[in-house]
Design a protein around this ligand. Sequence first.
Ligand SMILES: [Zn+2]
Ligand SMILES: [Zn+2]
Length: 386
Amino acid sequence: MTPDFENLERELLDIRQDIHRHPEIAFDEHRTSDIVAGKLTSWGIEVHRGLARTGVVGTLRAGSSNRAIALRADMDALPIQEANQFDHRSQNHGLMHACGHDGHTTMLLGAAKVLAQSLNFDGVVHFIFQPAEENEGGGRVMVEDGLFDLFPAEQVYGMHNMPGIPAGSFAMRTGPIMAAFDSFDITIRGKGTHAAMPHLGIDPVAIAAEVIAALQTIASRVINPLDNVVLSVTQFHAGNAYNVIPEEVKLAGCTRSFLSHVQDQIEQTMGRIISGVTAAHGATFDFDYRRGYPPTINTEAGVAAAAAAAVDVVGPDKVNTETPPLMGSEDFAFMLQERPGSYIFIGNGDGEGSCMVHNPSYDFNDQIALTGVQYWTRLVERELPA
Ligand SMILES: [Zn+2]
Ligand SMILES: [Zn+2]
């Protein structure tokens, strides 16, 4: 059966704007996952719920092959107060779909519907709808909960919208496409004293300033300059009076990188610098470095498959297979650690007014939803040929 794309486009618009009106954040995507499960069931797709609490997996079979592919969308919103005034703006105070996961969920639902109608493939498709992509690693939790044991796909694919890329164009690359994300907390303990008598104390503010300056040498002097690294100290908490040198300073921040040995090098060097600088001044410290998301690494075959499907939909001129990696991070990385595949970008538009994800004025571009659906559909038809 040939899908009725005009009706589908209207249906997708309704789904997307409804989800946009009702954003839910990490592991709280109850309404959204009810919608996803309800739609999948209504199209005759087998539904499994409960991985990572609110996760939903739909399974669709056609033909006789046991070969299986997994396609993934994320469902969560962000703790941002929406600035948009259009009708479908967020109804949940302080929460907003500012990363377009409403659009991702909608596009994967659209693909599920088209494939359930056409059954134009031979094998098994698992549609993964994951919670908590932002900060909380819902993708990791789904993997830990047995995602690929329950749904043994041979390959896994993800797609994210990207403002700044022309609407409906695709961008991807082999190898790392998104960075690893680690976070850290540092406490520097000195000895509080009167600010007019600094010689009677140990000033943790001055020491923390030296630590921050010294940490900048990790990216500039320690790591191979051909390996991309960002180290940002984003928090500095100390003191509450004009005339008191405080007892301690708390620093926090994050790092981005693409290689696990570079992550090791950053962590070790940070420890050495903090230890050395504080010791030089007679202060003490605590240092907690936590691995967050690994780098998102596409396989060559995964990118070739994605590129071929994208070219089928929009033509070769709108498919860039050598887009530079981004220093942002993505918890789809945990799925790509388990299975080969790729994570690609679909352009959300580059015109005036297009603003970056995580901005309070952002909105997913409904004009690209059908292109996204066709990409997913083509990818399945190519990888599981009937
Ligand atoms: Zn985001
Ligand atoms: Zn996102």
